[in-house]
Design a protein around this ligand. Structure first.
Ligand SMILES: Nc1ncnc2c1ncn2[C@@H]1O[C@H](COP(=O)(O)OP(=O)(O)OP(=O)(O)O)[C@@H](O)[C@H]1O
Length: 233
C-alpha cells in the first residue's frame, strides 16, 4: 500500500527533468519534496497524478499503475498542482459542486470541505474575487473533496502572507494526520512543521532521502543541508 515510484524518467527534448527516480512512500507518511528551481519536483508530482506521462518507469498507487490503470489511481489521489488552475468566473460553491458532479460525490461533501479548509467567510464570492490564500483554500478543498488517501501538494503556500501560510499549514497538518502526503516547498520551516521525511531532488536525481532528523544530521540547519547537498552535483 502507498506509492511506489519505479525508475521514473522524463525528458523535455534535451532537458532531463527526471532521471530514473525511484522511491516508495508508506501509507500515512508526509514527505517533503525539496530541490532547487528546475530540479524536477513538479514533473515528479505531475507524473504521480497522471497529469503527464513519463518516458520510462511507472508509479504504482496501491497496486495500480498510473500508466495502465489511470482511473483507479486517479480515484485515490487528490492534488493541488502549481498555478492551481481554477475557474475564476465561478462562485466557490458552484465550482465545488461542478467538481463534485464530475467525481460523483455527494453534495453534502461540499459544505464539509468548505468548513475543513476555512473557506466559510469567503464562500459566497466568485473565485476570481478571492485573495491568493483563499484561492489556495479552494484548490485544497477540491483536492480533498473525494476524501482521497493520497494528497499531492505542489508549493501549497507559495505567495501567501505569513498569516495565511500558518493557516494553510494548519489545514495541511490536520489533513496529513490521516493521509499520505507528498508536498513540495521552498520553505524549510514548512518542511520542519509538516514532514517526517525529506526527499531532495537535484537536476532530476534524488540526492538525499531520509527522515528529517537524519537529513539535518551533520549540517547546521535545513537550509545548510539543502545548500551543501545541491552544490556542484
Ligand atoms: N512543459 C515543459 N517543456 C519543456 N521543459 C520543461 C517543461 N516542464 C518542465 N520542464 C523542464 O524540466 C525541468 C524540471 O522542471 P520542474 O518544473 O519539474 O522543476 P521544479 O523542481 O518543479 O522547479 P521549481 O522549483 O522552479 O518549480 C526544468 O529544466 C524545466 O525547464
Amino acid at each position: 500500500m502507498g506509492i511506489n515510484i519505479k525508475g521514473l524518467t522524463k525528458n523535455y527534448g534535451a532537458q532531463v527533468a527526471l532521471n530514473q527516480v525511484s522511491f516508495s512512500i508508506k501509507k500515512g507518511e508526509v514527505v517533503g519534496l525539496l530541490g532547487p528551481n528546475g530540479a524536477g519536483k513538479s514533473t515528479l508530482m505531475k507524473s504521480v497524478t497522471g497529469a503527464i506521462l513519463p518516458d520510462d518507469g511507472d508509479v504504482l498507487v496501491d497496486e495500480f499503475s498510473v500508466i495502465k490503470q489511470p482511473i483507479e489511481t486517479k480515484k485515490r489521489i487528490g492534488f493541488l498542482l502549481e498555478n492551481n488552475p481554477l475557474y475564476y468566473d465561478m462562485y466557490v460553491r458552484e465550482y465545488l459542486k461542478f467538481v463534485a458532479n464530475i467525481r460523483e460525490e455527494k453534495k453534502e461533501r461540499i459544505e464539509e470541505v468548505i468548513e475543513k479548509v476555512g473557506l466559510i467567510p469567503e464562500s459566497h464570492k466568485k473565485i476570481g474575487q478571492l485573495s491568493k490564500g483563499y484561492k489556495q483554500r479552494v484548490g485544497l478543498a477540491q483536492a480533498i473533496l473525494s476524501n482521497p488517501d493520497i494528497l499531492i501538494l505542489d508549493e501549497p503556500t507559495n505567495g501567501l502572507d505569513p498569516n495565511q501560510i500558518l493557516e494553510i499549514r494548519e489545514v495541511i497538518r490536520e489533513i496529513g494526520k490521516s493521509k499520505t502526503v507528498i508536498l513540495s516547498t521552498h520553505i524549510m520551516q514548512e518542511v520542519e512543521a509538516l514532514c517526517s521525511r525529506v526527499i531532495l531532488l537535484n537536476k532530476g536525481n534524488i540526492v538525499s532521502d531520509s527522515p528529517i532528523e537524519e537529513f539535518k544530521g551533520q549540517y547546521k540547519s535545513l537550509e545548510d543541508a539543502f545548500y551543501q547537498l545541491t552544490q556542484s552535483k
